[in-house]
Design a protein around this ligand. Structure first.
Ligand code: ADP
Ligand code: ARG
Length: 340
């Protein structure tokens, strides 16, 4: 096999760490389910603006291709294998951040999960996807009280329901060109769906970038309330589903950026003054380990000063630690906005 050719302009981590020497050692490796190095890096090869450029096809990819994945994980997360990732998803009680909802319009916390024993979405067959979807629906059916809800399949949802779910940011889109090049869109829209709780505050995306994206979301700034609901849901789902997990790397996900807690906790926050003082906003975000995304999600732009601000760290920090940091950072950001 010829060494892979990343685009000349590419600065992705896969290109940075796939040296000739490492390539020679792992070029013929395959996981038990048949996932290859060529598949793992195909998104980075095809998209010159990739930042990571690699996806895992199954849990074993993290071991089989560890010579490539480990340095990428160390670079992105600042985490090496001599450290330990310690989860802590116990409930929290934090003071309200923005009781009048003057700045924060909504809070959303998600985690990613993949079921043990199944390939990840870029390397899964249609029949496995179907089996997985059935298992997940049956687990979701058993949720109780405020987590009870309905599953909407991409294959059978009607127009009216679809419109409503799209308006509320409940629905998800077919994967972008990065996910597409990795194979995540295979057989779309088959076996994809969204579970939405009757109280409209909890949802699960099925067969998107990971088998499950478990999401708690509401139009308030009550971060601990949103987090506690998610913690309760995870506890309940853990009783019926077994998730792919590693002692060192925590929960294993398609993209190495999401391993560990796999949590992204964030708010949609209107910052009209800081929008004109971007250096200060950048400085505060860095100081509190936060990242800024656009209004429509990853790789989108900020519309009408509505920023998506969330944690940057997911590995080597606990779930409750992430929420504490986010809370502290948002307090500082709101204070700065008020003082301008
Ligand atoms: P992910 O969070 O799964 O990594 P994205 O950044 O693409 O992926 O976000 C997914 C969707 O959730 C996007 O439509 C985005 O606009 C929406 N979203 C993200 N944060 C919030 C929030 N705090 N309130 C409402 N919607 C949000
Ligand atoms: N694969 C893309 C890249 O390398 C996205 C990485 C992070 N985002 C994600 N949705 N996993 O830039």
């Amino acid at each position: 096999m010829n060494p892979p050719v990343f685009p000349e302009e590419s600065n992705c981590l896969a290109k940075k760490y796939l040296s000739q020497k490492i390539f020679k050692v792992i070029e013929h490796e395959k996981t038990d389910s048949g996932f290859t190095l060529t598949q793992a890096i195909s998104s980075g090869i095809k998209n010159l603006d990739s930042s990571i450029g690699v996806y895992a096809g199954d849990a074993q990819s993290y071991k089989t291709f560890s010579l490539l994945f480990d340095p990428i994980i160390c670079d992105y997360h600042g985490f090496s294998k001599d450290k330990t990732h310690q989860p802590n998803i116990s409930p929290l009680m934090l003071p309200s951040l923005d009781p009048g909802n003057n700045y924060i319009k909504s809070t959303r916390i998600r985690v990613a999960r993949n079921l043990k024993g199944f390939s990840f979405p870029c390397h899964i067959t249609l029949s496995q996807r179907r089996e997985l979807e059935k298992k997940i629906i049956s687990a979701l059916d058993r949720l109780k009280e405020n987590l009870r809800g309905k599953y909407y399949s991409f294959e059978s949802i009607d127009e009216k329901e679809l419109k409503q779910l799209k308006q509320k940011n409940v629905w998800f889109q077919k994967g972008d060109r990065f996910q597409n090049a990795a194979g995540i869109n295979s057989d779309f829209p088959n076996c994809r769906g969204v579970f939405h709780s009757f109280d409209k505050r909890f949802m699960v995306w099925v067969n998107e970038e990971d088998h499950l994206r478990i999401i708690s979301m509401e139009r308030t700034s009550d971060i601990s309330g949103v987090y506690n609901r998610l913690a309760g849901a995870l506890l309940a789902l853990n009783q019926t589903l077994e998730f792919s997990r590693d002692k060192t790397y925590g929960y294993l996900t398609s993209c190495p950026t999401n391993i560990g807690t796999s949590m992204r906790a964030g708010v949609h926050i209107r910052l009209e003054k800081l929008e004109r003082n971007k250096d200060l906003l950048q400085h505060l975000s860095r100081a509190y380990h936060l990242q800024i995304r656009g209004t429509g999600g990853e790789k989108t732009t900020v519309e009408n000063a509505l920023f998506d601000i969330s944690n940057r760290q997911r590995l080597g920090i606990s779930e409750s630690g992430i929420i504490q940091n986010l809370h502290n950072g948002l307090l500082a950001i709101i204070k700065a906005e008020q003082s301008l």
